[in-house]
Design a protein around this ligand. Sequence first.
Ligand code: ADP
Ligand code: MG
Length: 616
Amino acid sequence: MADIIQLLPDSVANQIAAGEVIQRPASVVKELVENAIDAGATQIKVNIKDAGRTLIQIIDNGSGMSDTDARMAFERHSTSKIKSANDIFAIRTMGFRGEALASIAAIADVELRTKEHDHDLGTFIHISGSNIITQEPVSCDNGTNFQIKNLFFNVPARRKFLKSNPAELKHIINEIQRIALANPEISLSLHHNGSAIYELASSNKRVRIVSIFGKNINQSLIPIDTETTLVKISGFIGQPKFARKTFGEQFFFVNKRYMKHPFFHRAIMQAYEKILPPDAIPSYFISFDLDPADIDVNIHPTKTEIKFENESAIWQILQASVREALGKFNIVPSIDFDQAGSVEIPMARHNFDEVAMPEIKVNPNYNPFETQTPAKSYSGAGSSFSSRPAERPNSTNWQSLYKGLEPDFSAKPEDQEEEPVQFRIDEQQTTKSSVQFKNKYILTPVKSGLMVIDQKRAHERILYERLMQVLENNEVASQQQLFPETFELNASDATLLTSILPDLRALGFDIRDFGKNSFIVNGTPGVLNTSSPIEIIESLLEAYKNSPVSLQEKARETVAISLAQASAIPYGHALKPGEISELIDNLFACQTPNFSPKGKKVLSIMPLEDFEKLLK
Ligand code: ADP
Ligand code: MG
């Protein structure tokens, strides 16, 4: 047989490698801005057109490159940052693999102008799909100016995979935010289609945070500063009372590199335990500085997870510093869940689907067929605030009796074969003898047994169908606010909100963009009857962000689902008897009462025989 193995041409190899490093326009922005930082730039300008599809331009005043280096920079594995494998244990630069420029040049049209500071002339290189088109001397400013045009022109599959412009722009903004927060001394601007998103002057950390997240955050920031032989932890944490319900202001950096670290996130959440309003996530901007040898350097350039040598020790130090900072600033618990006996404790619900798996606890002394005031205590499965042992019914033994009988609330409609069950509800009986249980379920006797309804999912279904009706019939009804409220979002939430504003308007929200990431709410959907529109908008954005991307393409529906989720009565909310029967009536007036808009079961029946078996 003839030999069949051949080496791939560089252009093909680079294109394949590019797939790993450059997933979207934001990856180009990240790589090029990091290169500018590595080149010692103190000023970096980023200009974007059409969310990076048409143009990504990065201008820096860093070292610039010689004409040979400029040409070399586009070769694969060409880097000035390491010389031997050992160097990677001491690496402090952002890049060192020498892959980014080769990758970008393989899948776009790249124009580079660069000049070293002590030279009169610079170099111009035009390279497209790994082919050098031109290289010639040029007169230009000190530093480096990259223009990336027609990204993915030769990789249609990648191009197709790109999301809408607002979504891609949001990724770019997120990258810039991270870099800007990690490097406050560098002056940095971001323009999109000619208008400024950020114009950040060189400053300190606090000012940088404020210029990104708005002046309101300033009063919330508590400095943290701890130096040990292992690590230096510094930055700011937010006061609990300013904590929002949405993610977006949580940042970890290690040696000036942004990282995600769910384990360290938990250290912070624990330090804030009991002093946060329900569902809220505190802001934090925390930098770890440590010997590069103590972190895993074998990290891929696009990866944001970082492995530490002494992870659990750092965890302890982190938690202690956060606790200390909160203590120093006299942040006494504003809501003490252990003492405030009458406080209803809703479940953490920023990720609805994961948390909503109910754990049915049965109180043996509780007779659901007797009309009585709803149970006050609430012990939510998965809630971080659920430890109120004194109030919990002594139900441990009883629970075991129910093993295997719990209705499977987590089942999705596609998981099950059977037709949605039709219920015959004895109306008279229902209205009289439905009760709320654990401030979370409604128990209703039906012919065949006892129906359990999840109150939040039921309400989500009701609101969702009403909102869809508003959309379908084009019958926008907006309830004007007596006192219009203004609010400010961070840049990425602001872009997200702007992109769904038309849908929100169609649903009855009257929100106007005030510029500079601030908005004013003049009216809310009539069907919602809400008094805290800003909270709803924040929860809505969070729900929207957590929706699967496939859904996000059906923007209107997703907005309606997210809005229904955000405004449904939460778990832990006590319902009056009148409200219970209204909820049941409205639920069964729905087209699809059995499932929440996200496909979770709303209700299930415990058959009568099971009760009989129980008492055998
Ligand atoms: P890496 O950053 O991993 O070294 P890159 O492909 O991103 O690899 O860049 C290759 C080389 O090009 C860098 O090592 C650096 O020497 C040079 N370079 C890239 N961008 C700039 C810039 N903005 N200013 C000066 N030199 C640069
Ligand atoms: Mg690089």
